[in-house]
Design a protein around this ligand. Structure first.
Ligand SMILES: Cc1cc2nc3c(=O)[nH]c(=O)nc-3n(C[C@H](O)[C@H](O)[C@H](O)COP(=O)(O)OP(=O)(O)OC[C@H]3O[C@@H](n4cnc5c(N)ncnc54)[C@H](O)[C@@H]3O)c2cc1C
Ligand SMILES: Cc1cnn(-c2ccc(OCc3ccccc3)c(C(=O)O)c2)c1-c1ccc(Cl)c(F)c1
Length: 454
């Protein structure tokens, strides 16, 4: 139930894309009393098995939780489904591991959630609203945005359906058809960047007795410079492992023996966990997926159409923020609906003008992380960097908020997080430059040696 907050006639909204962001946006609009029609290319995922080639689980952090709280779903996800990850568990080459807590002070954590579970939950929740219609197996094939007219084609009967709306919302992902139409508008900026790394997903199954094979409440990371591998826990006590590697390296691993040799060299501890046979099967079952970063602006056309989620800002996944940023779009759009009393021209204008700097910032942060983590073997170790951040946060808790923590555990605008980082970098420079601080540096290093025998 919801209290229709409308003072005017309900808007007729069409959302293209019933992925994570589109299905969340449908709930936000339904709660405001608007009429929502959601069109999704794929079939209803509530009836289909896990789609291959998409990250099977994701890290949910504060920005995403705030959106789920707004639509009444946070408690369910946190208490019934999500698996808390209280820190990183780093795997060394010799198979030993060490933990760096996310935030020892206020035991913050991120949650591992199943993509399909979350998407199904959002779609299921929309069934509670009589003003939401869901249309699956409908592909957007033509648009006339300034008129709010769309043409969908059913993927089963090839029948074409004409649709018109007061507002079109493009939540159709990184390769958005709504954005493609917007690109024909003058003054529409667009850029995309494919990185040299691709990714594949592997699986660490549950143990014989059904329990986790690794300590459960951590984001497991195998940082190996050019290669990075992570594992997030699933409800069934299995792990979804994502291996990030340059496409050239994937191409060179073209036989089972080369693959096993590679894993023996770089991720030896993971082989008994995955199982040699499953490793070979899963590795060669598919091909590595590409990773693209997309920036564009503005996000709207007059008072007729707006982009949200990956359609507006696909980012590389090295900060675990893509979905969280897309969910944050919905939260901010809802605040603007409230502020401008459903006046679309004002809402869309302000959304474009205020949101792009933050989404550009998180896109740059994710790309920066990608480069940072790749160079980890040459730079101060992962642990030292985190330990220094932790020490400075202990010394100046209010002013030195480590970058990762501000992005992941606060709703500080992403642009502000970047400003903080550049302030920290400047501070770091002056600390290291000023001779008298050499002593402090000595103290810091001693403290770290004691605390983290690196
Ligand atoms: C390897 C990897 C790991 C990731 N890890 C994380 C993480 O840990 N945390 C995090 O927050 N984010 C993560 N992300 C990012 C996250 O997956 C995306 O940000 C999120 O899925 C974006 O949701 P969306 O709804 O905007 O787009 P999508 O999930 O792409 O959904 C778009 C929907 O639109 C539909 N569609 C597309 N075209 C049409 C059309 N023409 N007509 C009709 N429907 C259409 C598609 O079928 C799809 O259902 C990760 C991404 C990758 C690739
Ligand atoms: C899915 C998800 C959720 N959060 N993170 C994440 C990202 C970066 C991090 O540190 C950056 C850094 C570490 C060391 C030095 C510089 C920067 C940390 C951390 O500190 O725990 C956590 C990821 C993730 C995604 C892909 C890869 Cl490859 C990965 F390793 C982790």
């Amino acid at each position: 139930g919801y209290s229709a907050e409308l003072t005017k006639k309900p808007l007729d909204v069409v959302i293209v894309g019933g992925g994570l962001v589109g299905s969340l946006e449908a709930l936000y609009l339904a709660r405001r009393g608007h009429r929502v029609r959601l069109y999704e290319y794929r079939e209803d995922i509530r009836n289909t098995p896990q789609a291959r080639g998409r990250s099977i689980n994701l890290a949910l952090s504060v920005r995403g939780r705030r959106a789920l709280k707004d639509v009444g779903l946070e408690a369910h996800i946190i208490e019934k489904h999500g698996i808390p990850m209280t820190g990183r568990r780093i795997h060394r080459l010799d198979g030993s591991t060490y933990v760096i807590p996310y935030d020892a002070l206020s035991n913050q954590c991120i949650y591992s959630v199943g993509r399909n579970y979350l998407n199904s939950l959002l779609l299921q929740e929309s069934e509670k609203y009589t003003n939401v219609e869901r249309h699956f197996k409908h592909k957007l094939v033509d648009t006339y945005l300034s008129k709010g007219n769309l043409t969908f084609q059913r993927t089963d009967t090839a029948e074409k359906i004409q649709v018109s709306a007061d507002l079109v919302i493009g939540a159709d992902g990184a390769f958005s058809g709504v954005r493609k139409a917007m690109m024909k508008q003058p003054l529409f900026d667009y850029s995309q960047k494919y990185i040299e790394h691709g990714y594949i997903e592997l699986c660490i199954p549950a143990a014989e007795n059904g329990s986790f094979q690794m300590p459960a409440n951590y984001l497991h990371i195998w940082p190996r410079g050019e290669f990075m591998m992570i594992a997030l826990p699933n409800q069934d006590c299995s792990w979804t492992v994502t291996l990030f590697m340059p496409f050239t390296n994937f191409q060179n691993l073209d036989t089972p023996n080369k693959l096993l040799g590679f894993f023996n060299k770089n991720f030896p501890d993971s082989i008994p966990l995955i199982g040699e046979k499953k490793l070979i099967e899963d590795f060669f079952a598919g091909s590595p997926s590409p990773l693209v970063a997309i920036k564009c602006r503005p996000y709207h056309v007059e008072d007729k159409a707006v982009l949200i989620g990956d359609a507006a800002h696909a980012v590389v996944p090295f900060y675990g923020q893509g979905m969280n940023a897309g969910f944050e779009d919905c939260t901010l759009l809802n605040e603007l609906f409230q502020k401008h009393n459903d006046n679309l021209a004002d809402i869309l204008n302000e959304f474009s003008n205020t949101r792009w700097e933050d989404t550009y910032a998180i896109s740059d942060l994710a790309m920066y992380n990608y480069i940072e983590m790749r160079d980890l073997v040459t730079r101060p170790s992962y642990r030292l960097r985190k330990a220094f951040d932790e020490f400075m946060n202990w010394l100046l808790p209010r002013t030195w908020v480590p970058l990762y923590n501000s992005v992941t555990f606060t709703t500080m605008p992403y642009k502000q997080c970047v400003k903080n980082r550049s302030w920290q970098d400047k501070m770091l420079q002056s600390i290291l430059k000023v001779g008298s601080m050499a002593a402090l540096t000595g103290v810091v290093l001693t403290w770290m040696q004691n605390k983290y025998s690196v």
